[in-house]
Design a binder for this molecule. Structure first.
Ligand SMILES: Nc1ncnc2c1ncn2[C@@H]1O[C@H](COP(=O)(O)OP(=O)(O)OP(=O)(O)O)[C@@H](O)[C@H]1O
Length: 649
């Protein structure tokens, strides 16, 4: 079982009936308040962008006016007026261009800042989730939310920032100009707005739901691909490439179908709103009504020309305003899971402890507030710097949330005094590693309490608990990409190379790291891919002991080592465990004889506790395990001698 990075691949797309799925989808869309709230820190930059926009407005709107006036002057043969309008056209265009730079820059700058903050907040929210959430959510699914969903939201929000304000301001200016020049033609030009708005709203609502589905399909495909790529050796060893490709292709097909549906809806919407209503009906109606007025002499030709030019701009900015609205709806769909995660309060044992404690304090009237959001009034967690290392389980029972009905630990009572050596043995699946998970406060017992130095483990600040109090070496230690030294220092406040190397020397880890090709600078690769299993274990042991924790948790820490390196590591471990509490899970019964106490587990319960000889004398499960172990040992020892005899026959 994986200890620190333990994660099982549960499917993240739940199968639900249509009604359930729809309800879930409704919950998975972000509210407008959340979307706008996200941009609050950028308001000053957006505000500056708006100022640039407003200053720019008269210059950007002036162009069609000067064009129409110039055409009118040319038709009437007024050369001076023509020259004057052309000069004004160039001058306003230049000022407009200069201001446009600030306009574009400030809105895109705001978007980039927002995206950066959103990604860091989301990553932080993900890493701080409780183990149960992380156990049941695949890393590929989370990575997809972090990369694809935020990128989609960023693209959509660009539209919103860049165009909604600009379009609204420009449309207001154009409409005001139109009504100023001729109210009848203005009415014809804006008659198209109500049907376009209705079509846009319907399209936006559909798009929001579809966007949530698109992102979910993308996340499911991302989860499958990440899992296969992260386990590429296993995939190759099982010749499962075709299976993985087919699985990925099926998930990508789901994403593709949703994308095609989106393309069809988008094409229909653009055809109706842009090409037919705005692109053809409005100019035709303007020409029909305006042309007749010009023919009657009620409207000047230059006014009709100005309307025809402005309606082009009106078309463009109306489209962009409507697109901003649909982008907003789409963003609330594609960002639904992102906001759900940001909203989710992690149900870690530490958070539960504080909530429970605050509630009690509140009930007896010692605190004026038990508001979850106000951290200053919350019960502080203990940030101890020195630990004695006394570990205690008091009537602890536990079941994993993924299998709520299945008790993994039953009424465990165990006491490890400071500096004692406790060995935990028992059959595979009897719950040994789960004991460690509870000491690390990754999960909360369903009954009873796990204590460290007489205080619940959940009452300690997680950083102080997991760096100063506890050091763990898991069955399958996970190393991070970088050097051996980076891994030894990982998560530690000590960043000085000399300090780390000295700490490793004191812990005598130096001796068993000696065979690494570049010593402390040896590159380990992703998850330790460049090292052998034994080397990985030795680096993980060095990482655990270099922190000088009060309690060492060793979960089959030397299982991947050969006899020679095990001897070297055992020697270093003996030195490292002296003076500190050690809980060691092992299947190697020869290694537990000297332990102060041997805990024997069976089906989630402690069935025997005692010293080696006492347990042998008791003739219980431990004595049976030792006898079986000896028999297997004998068989192994006999086998090399038997082979030559067999061969000679
Ligand atoms: N995250 C999890 N979610 C659900 N069940 C789990 C989880 N981790 C472990 N289990 C189950 O809990 C039980 C005890 O597992 P545990 O890893 O504690 O056993 P163990 O005694 O350490 O076994 P081994 O010696 O093989 O490592 C097993 O039945 C296992 O399937």
């Amino acid at each position: 079982m994986e200890v620190v990075d333990g994660r099982e691949s549960f499917p993240c797309v739940e199968e639900e009936d249509e009604e359930g799925a729809t309800k879930e989808e409704e919950e998975n869309v972000a509210s407008w308040a959340e979307l706008f709230g996200l941009a609050r820190p950028e308001l000053k930059w957006i505000g500056l962008g708006c100022v640039a926009l407003l200053v720019r407005l008269p210059f950007s709107l002036a162009s069609p006016h000067f064009q129409s006036e110039a055409i009118g002057a040319a038709i009437n043969g007024k050369g001076g007026k023509l020259r004057c309008n052309v000069i004004l056209l160039v001058a306003t265009g230049a000022v407009n261009g200069l201001l446009d730079f600030w306009n574009v820059f400030l809105f895109d700058f705001s978007k980039a800042r927002l995206l950066r903050r959103l990604r860091v907040r989301l990553f932080s929210a993900m890493l701080r989730q409780d183990r149960t959430y992380l156990d049941t959510t695949t890393s590929g699914w989370l990575a997809s939310r972090l990369v694809a969903d935020t990128a989609e939201m960023g693209n959509d929000l660009t539209w919103v920032f860049r165009w909604s304000i600009e379009s609204a301001v420009r449309i207001s200016g154009i409409v005001a100009y139109m009504f100023y020049r001729d109210w009848r033609l203005a009415c014809v030009a804006v008659a198209v707005v109500p049907p376009c708005t209705a079509a846009n709203y319907a399209y936006g609502v559909w798009l929001r739901r579809n966007a949530a589905r698109v992102q979910a399909a993308l996340a499911a495909a991302g989860a499958a691909s990440t899992e296969a790529l992260a386990s590429s050796r296993t995939v190759a060893a099982c010749a499962a490439e075709e299976f993985e490709i087919a699985r990925y292709a099926k998930l990508v097909l789901a994403h593709y179908s949703l994308s095609v549906a989106q393309a069809i809806a988008q094409a229909a919407y653009y055809m109706l709103c842009y090409s037919i209503l705005v692109g053809a009906c409005v100019p035709a109606a303007l020409l029909w009504v305006g042309g007749r007025e010009v023919a009657k002499g009620d409207v000047k030709p230059s006014v009709l020309i100005a309307f025809m030019l402005y309606q082009g701009q009106l078309l463009e900015y109306t489209g962009q305003l409507l697109n901003s609205f649909t982008a907003m709806l789409k963003s609330s769909g594609s960002g639904g899971e992102v906001f759900k995660l940001l909203r989710r309060a992690p149900r870690t044992p530490h958070a539960n402890y504080r909530r429970h404690h605050d509630h009690r304090v509140h009930r007896v009237g010692l605190s004026s507030s038990c508001d979850d959001s106000d951290d200053s009034t919350r019960t502080p967690l203990l940030a101890a710097t020195a630990f004695r290392g006394e570990v205690e389980f008091r009537n602890v029972s536990f079941a994993y949330a993924a299998r709520p009905g299945q008790a993994v630990l039953r009424d465990i009572t165990l006491h490890a005094p400071p500096a004692s050596q406790t060995a935990v043995v028992g059959a595979s699946g009897s719950g040994k590693s789960t004991l460690f998970q509870l000491v690390l406060a990754f999960y909360e017992p369903t009954a009873g309490a796990v204590l460290l130095d007489n205080a619940p483990v959940a009452s300690y600040d997680p950083a102080s608990l997991r760096t100063r109090a506890l050091g763990i070496v898991g069955q399958e230690p996970v190393l991070m990409d970088g050097t051996v030294l980076d891994n030894i220092l990982y998560g530690s406040s000590r960043t000085d190379r000399e300090v780390a190397v000295a700490a490793a020397k004191v812990a005598r880890a130096h001796t068993f790291l000696a065979d690494l090709p570049d010593g402390y600078d040896t590159k380990v690769g992703e998850r330790g891919a460049f090292l052998s299993g034994g080397q990985k274990q030795r680096v993980a042991i060095a990482r655990a002991i270099a922190r000088n924790p009060a309690v060492l948790l060793l979960d089959e820490a030397t299982s991947a080592l050969d006899a020679e390196s095990r001897a070297a590591v055992d020697e270093a471990l003996n030195a490292a465990t002296r003076g500190r509490t050690t809980l060691a899970i092992t299947h190697n019964l020869a290694a537990v004889r000297d332990a102060d106490a041997i805990v024997v587990m069976d089906q989630g319960a402690i069935v025997e506790v005692g010293a080696h000889q006492d347990l042998l004398d008791a003739r219980g499960l431990y004595a049976t395990l030792v006898a079986t172990d000896r028999r297997l040992q004998l068989v192994k020892e006999q086998q090399p001698g038997e082979r030559p005899a067999g061969n000679s026959r």
